[in-house]
Ligand binder design. Structure first.
Ligand SMILES: Nc1ncnc2c1ncn2[C@@H]1O[C@H](COP(=O)(O)OP(=O)(O)OP(=O)(O)O)[C@@H](O)[C@H]1O
Length: 334
């Protein structure tokens, strides 16, 4: 669906040139929710705004649904933008227009007949569950409702791609959840593809199929959500994941304080259903103490870890680690 190759966006800052996006390449498949996560200033907004050329890329190519976006002239670009919807952190609604008029706006631009516009807006109001707010003004509705209006407006012309620039960042957790559910519905029922940027891993893990981690203008790691959680390769990725576990005190454990050895076992949807601990107790001459465990629900899968104390001799510990490796279960001695 999307193919980005060697994308660069430079800004002139005084006499210097600053690369906000620095040689970025990635692909997004049709029907996927692709997340780009990074700290403030990582280059996420610039990257996503390059996709519909709200920012003009300095070099590189962007292909969306077979069209080379980076080669289009202004007229072709305006035409193509009808296929790319966008939502923003600040909703960007017209304050002087009602909810109905906000959603109708892109259809009016297309010069759609009035009765057709009315049918379509009513359909969209049903879809985002806001029929009762049809005649309200943005100032009269909540943040979550504003974003639902913005989503209805963004998908009004039936684009193939929806870009979300921190679409849930201004919302409280309950409204965030509602908007994420709505975005999932957009993909499932309307067969759309979503590229979303966020600085919140709790948002990305709930909704994305794949995540790219961005830092200093570069994509430093990219993977499926499950694999990213199971096996984060970069320190920044790890810190995003660790921030999710704020309530965890995993790292307060000092392995030196234990008689045996502490092992951290990471498990996924398949292995979490296996009786790993009882297997080890049965097969090996060691005692096992469960110290701590946690399961993160990542999209519809369970990814988790447990920390166990193994009391036995070194050779037996080695055999246990070999056994876990054989079963494809990631284990490390702390
Ligand atoms: N028009 C511009 N002129 C100069 N520098 C810019 C411009 N736009 C963005 N930048 C710089 O590019 C870098 C990336 O900005 P960008 O907004 O893409 O980051 P971000 O990851 O989206 O962060 P945030 O979440 O804070 O928006 C920042 O250092 C920013 O200051």
């Amino acid at each position: 669906m999307i193919e980005v190759k060697n994308l660069v966006k430079e800004f002139k800052v005084g006499s210097n040139v600053f690369k906000a996006v620095n040689d970025v390449s990635f692909t997004v498949n049709q029907g996927e929710i692709f997340g780009i996560i990074g700290l403030s200033g990582a280059g996420k907004s610039t990257l996503v705004r390059c996709l519909n050329r709200l920012e003009e890329p300095t070099s590189g190519t962007i292909k969306i649904d077979g069209k080379i976006i980076t080669s289009l002239n202004q007229k072709e670009l305006l035409e193509e933008r009808k296929d790319i919807g966008m939502i923003f952190q600040s909703f960007n609604l017209f304050d002087q227009k009602t909810v109905y008029k906000n959603i109708a706006y892109p259809l009016e631009l297309l010069k759609m007949p009035k009765d057709k516009i009315e049918d379509r807006v009513n359909e969209l109001l049903e879809f985002v569950d806001l029929m009762d707010k049809k005649n309200s003004y943005p100032a009269e509705i909540s943040g979550g409702q504003k974003q639902r209006v913005a989503i209805a407006r963004a998908i009004a012309t039936e684009p193939k791609l929806l870009l979300s620039d921190e679409g849930t960042s201004a919302l409280d957790p309950a409204n965030t959840k509602q908007i994420l559910e709505l975005l999932k519905k957009v993909v499932k029922e309307l067969n759309m593809t979503i590229v979303m940027i966020t600085h919140q891993m709790e948002v990305a893990k709930d909704i994305c199929d794949r995540i790219a981690v961005m830092e200093n203008g570069k994509i430093i790691e990219e993977n499926t959500v499950e694999e990213l959680f199971r096996n984060p390769r970069h320190k920044r990725t790890l810190s995003f994941i660790e921030n999710l576990k704020e309530s965890d005190d995993e790292f307060l454990w000092n392995p030196e304080d234990f008689k045996g050895k502490l092992i951290r076992i990471t498990y996924d949807d398949n292995t979490s259903k296996e009786p790993i601990l009882s297997d080890i107790v049965k097969k090996f001459d060691s005692s096992i103490n469960l110290i701590q465990g946690k399961i993160n629900k990542v999209t519809d899968k369970s990814i988790g870890y447990m920390i166990v104390e193994v009391i036995g001799d070194y050779q037996e510990l080695g055999r246990i680690l070999d056994y876990l490796e054989e079963k494809n279960i990631k284990a490390e001695v702390l």
